[in-house]
Design a protein around this ligand. Structure first.
Ligand code: FES
Ligand code: FES
Length: 168
């Protein structure tokens, strides 16, 4: 039996460690679910067709364009948004590096870059500059010229490495 776009379905997922449930139209995007149903506006919508990367969240730890993902496709899955990074008012090391390296101006793209970089550093704690550039090449920023974003991720990787060494 097929589902029509207007048909309403129950959906339930974990976002940043909390459970969210709603009854939504089958065509509702994950981005709209996160921003409107879950009231987490940190995830931004730019192009709404998979090009800019502003809407990137982590879906079961992998970056996903939430504008191209339906909410019902996230049923039972784990989502992380930019709101998961800071500890209260305390920015995490990647966010601090963006601020220190001037990796943001208007900030509209920043959540998407942060989540993509989070996934990169979780998979590869010591990426080369080339690996960072390649991973970030799928996201668009209209303000920064990218060099500062790349430098921020390099800084965060270096700091993560020194934290690891301190722990040994
Ligand atoms: S808003 Fe999703 S990729 Fe641009
Ligand atoms: S900081 Fe403005 S779009 Fe990237």
């Amino acid at each position: 039996m097929s589902t029509t776009p207007e048909e309403r379905l129950d959906v339930s997922m974990t976002i940043n460690g909390s459970r969210y449930r709603a009854t939504v139209e089958a065509r509702r995007t994950l981005a709209d679910f996160i921003r409107e149903d879950a009231q987490l506006p940190g995830t931004k919508l730019g192009c709404e067709h998979g090009v800019c990367g502003a809407c990137t969240v982590l879906l079961d730890d992998l970056p996903a364009r939430s504008c191209l993902t339906l909410a019902v496709q996230a049923e039972g899955r784990q989502i992380r948004t930019v709101e998961s990074l800071a500890d209260g008012q305390e920015l995490n090391h990647l966010q601090r590096a963006f601020r220190e390296q001037h990796g943001l101006q208007c900030g509209f793209c920043t959540a998407g870059f942060l989540m993509t970089a989070t996934a990169l550093l979780e998979e590869n704690a010591t990426p080369t500059r080339e690996e960072i550039v390649e991973t970030m090449s799928g996201s668009l920023c209209r303000c920064t010229g990218y060099q500062t974003i790349i430098s921020a991720i390099e800084q965060a990787a270096a700091e993560g490495q020194s934290d690891t060494e301190d722990d040994q």
